[in-house]
Design a protein around this ligand. Sequence first.
Ligand SMILES: [Ca+2]
Ligand SMILES: [Ca+2]
Length: 448
Amino acid sequence: MTNQPLTNNIMKTRNMKTQNIIQPLRNHLQPLALAVTMGLGLATSAPALITIETVLVGDAGNTADTRYSPNRGAVAYDFNIGKYEVKNSEYAAFLNAVAATDANALYSTTMATKCIERSGSSGSYTYAVVSGRGDCPLQYITWARSLRFANWMHNGQPTGAQDNSTTEDGAYQMSLGTAAVRKAGATWFVTSHDEWYKAAFYKGGGTNAGYWSNPYKSDTAPLIRAAPGTSRTGGSAWDNGALWGGSGGPIAVGSYNAGDSVGPYGTYDQAGNLFEQPETLYSGRVPILGGGGPYNDGPGTFTAQYNAISYYTEGMGEWQGKGFRMAAAAAASSPTYDTWASAQVPPVTGGPSGDSNNDGVANGVAYFMKQTGLLTNPGIDGTGKVTWPNGGNIPSDQYGTQFVVQTSSDLQNWIVPTTGVDNQAGFVSYALPPGEPKIFVRLKVTPN
Ligand SMILES: [Ca+2]
Ligand SMILES: [Ca+2]
């Protein structure tokens, strides 16, 4: 986030609202509800080796998809899910951190062709992505490898030998073997079957919103189309999510990036590229979800029905058509402005002080209100009050830090009023003082 000069917003809005400024109101006030935001750069603590982009999956407590058996998609809590499949570049960073000696076979030489190459000898192994394939999804994952990667993320991406402080404990206690399940308090983990299903198909916007049939907000089967920027055609790639990509293998994550290829919460490639292996086991076997893999799968294999019945249930071994997607506890990294912005469709751009849909309401204020689409700035109600609904992205106890009401008589000097503010969980309002010749009020949002 960058600090946008506040004057830009003010002048822009002032020009748009000229009539409001020069036209006296009935009570001789000239209040103008002005919504502006200012981004604030925040220092981060320990530098992470990698950053896995996530999107927030809200609507906690949603109902399951009852169209198929078993019912899927009910998740009782908010969580973040990886925007993309885990990439070769991310897994290579993991290997370089913990696999100089690779006691648990996190690496396989099968990865060397299309994913990651290994150099040196045990004790001093180093790893590098195959040229040009850093943004492609990692193939040849196994269930155990994916869980150890999650432990490493949970533990803060440490460097060192494979032990309980790096790969063997954290989100999953690996000594339990296939009995290992996600531990309470896990901050990063491999997506569960239901988390994956909800992010792919749930319509969102409530707790009983229903489900799409395909993981790109559609009930319509995908079309054959070359992935943008590639020449992959003729059944080797599907619209709305790359399939396998023909003889070249999977393609860079997010290659299908048009609005109609994005999942309901902002995920990519749940319909294609690699199949995805969740943390969930069924009798010691792990399902593979979504479309993808080295088949020319028909559209039917993309559907919710397909994923509900776990049609493909793989063993525990590695396979070229299988990748995985991470998820994270909502409390660990959200809500944040960035996760919200990237989850919007189309994604909100320009930072909190921008207005990427040009509706006159700054992105940061829309984030505060947790509203999407075209909005209007709140006006003055009949009692002389301005009210901004607080949608819950920023809790009310953050008044004065992440958001604050300010007033000004000249649009130059802004002060925080000592009276008139009513800050509740669901809204913040300001009652304009009577008798002022002219006063402007704004909501200033500086989100984390
Ligand atoms: Ca996929
Ligand atoms: Ca806007």
